[in-house]
Design a protein around this ligand. Structure first.
Ligand SMILES: Cc1ncc(COP(=O)(O)O)c(C=O)c1O
Length: 395
């Protein structure tokens, strides 16, 4: 292989290593459970977005296996060519009911859902007002749309209002796009205020509920249920890979939006849909959540438990309003040292540094799930306390 052609990439890789930005990806020998096996060692898992433990839920696994027997392992081709599997339609219907939306379209991931929908509602002549901390996939969707991106300060409704005022007589369409729950801090977008401003300034609204799905609202129905805003936000994007524990994404909204997406959304037209096992597993997840909120309640119990203990130990855990628990250390090097010492003590976490968060706010993002036991959490809290004192992060 002629590697000289890619010497520019080798230089970039070396640069990432020098700047401490090169990530080494660990290999798990087994499922994403509360404990994972890495290099032959059992480690407490405090890193996954598997909020409700559905990655390994027995009922969900069983339904996925049954779907393989009934439908095989692949969907065959894109839906407009090979047709919908009945379970794709069933999942869309169940999600629409669960979210109290007119209709839903399934995509293959959350990132593809954002990339699918944004370029269909705005184009070159239009603007997107985007929270400055929005997820990369919203930004990519905006770039693909070629609309002008106007960033507003994080959660700052005064700034959003000023920007809307600046563009008051703008002739094109306006879309206000925001994450629902921001993944690095666990704070929540003030959607009622955003909807009010959108109504006043005649803008469309879009929320990416990736970290609110299965977490916020009654039975984990998400951010619109949490704020009682069903039917008031034009585009509700979700992922099926975090609390739902499988893979996939979707857009929920009006029938006309979803009908148009099925004609023109590029990831729908040009990419094969979810496999039968994934799809059937997700139907099982929606069924479980619809009939029982025990897992959602347990998730919040566990999140409050660990936050309370971290607070008592003296850690700075920011202002999260959701189960996402950032242990903010500040210094990049200390954060890396902290996470590697935790790994040495059998706790699997990830230090998060610039550019994922602003410089000087490096952190370890702790993700508990509904299926962690108190004993698991106490184990992790004990190790955080011990290393925190050794590294003088706490007294
Ligand atoms: C806010 C947000 N949107 C979208 C995604 C992408 O979701 P998926 O993993 O399903 O592509 C993520 C995942 O990190 C996310 O945090």
């Amino acid at each position: 292989m002629d590697n000289k052609k890619f010497s520019f990439l080798k230089e970039e890789i070396d640069k990432l290593k020098q700047e401490g930005l090169y990530s080494t990806i660990r290999t798990l020998d087994g499922p994403q459970g509360t404990w994972v096996k890495i290099n032959g060692r059992e480690m407490l898992n405090l890193v996954a977005n598997n909020y409700l433990g559905f990655c390994t839920n027995e009922e969900v696994k069983l339904k996925a296996k049954e779907a393989i027997d009934r439908f095989g392992v692949g969907a065959g081709a894109v839906r407009p060519i090979a047709g919908n599997l009945s379970i794709h339609e069933e999942l869309e219907k169940k999600l629409a009911e669960f979210k109290d939306a007119e209709a839903v379209i399934l995509l293959q991931s959350g990132i593809l859902a954002n990339i699918a929908v944004i370029p269909l509602v705005v184009g070159e002549q239009d603007i997107v007002l985007s929270d400055e901390l929005n997820h990369a996939s919203i930004i990519d969707g905006c770039k693909l749309s070629r609309a002008q991106i106007v960033r507003f300060k994080h959660l700052d409704m005064g700034d959003l209002k000023n920007k809307l005022e600046d563009y008051k007589s703008f002739p094109g369409r306006k879309l206000i796009a925001t994450d629902g729950v921001f993944s690095m801090d666990g704070d929540i977008a003030p959607l009622p205020d955003i909807v009010e401003l959108a109504d006043k300034y005649n803008a469309m609204t879009m929320v990416d509920d990736a970290h609110g799905e299965g977490v916020l609202g009654e039975n984990g129905r998400g951010i619109l249920n949490y704020y009682h805003l069903e039917g008031r936000v034009d585009i509700d994007v979700g992922t099926l890979s975090k609390a739902f524990g499988v893979i996939g994404g979707y857009v929920a909204g009006s029938s006309v939006l979803i009908e148009y997406m099925k004609q023109r959304a590029r990831p729908f037209l040009f990419s094969t849909p979810l496999s039968p096992a994934d799809t059937r597993a997700l139907i099982a997840v929606v069924d479980i959540l619809s009939r029982n909120d025990a897992l959602v309640k347990k998730l919040w119990y566990n999140a409050n438990y660990i936050k309370d203990r971290f607070n008592k130990l003296g850690f700075n855990i920011g202002h999260s309003k959701t189960p996402i628990t950032p242990v903010i250390i500040g210094d990049e090097k200390v954060t890396k040292e902290f996470s590697s010492r935790l790994a040495g003590e059998s706790v699997f976490v990830q230090g998060i540094v610039f550019p994922m968060v602003t410089k000087g706010t490096a952190r370890i993002r702790v993700m508990v799930s509904a299926v962690h036991s108190e004993k698991d959490l106490d184990f992790g809290i004990g190790k955080f306390g011990k290393i925190g004192k050794e590294l003088r992060v706490i007294k």
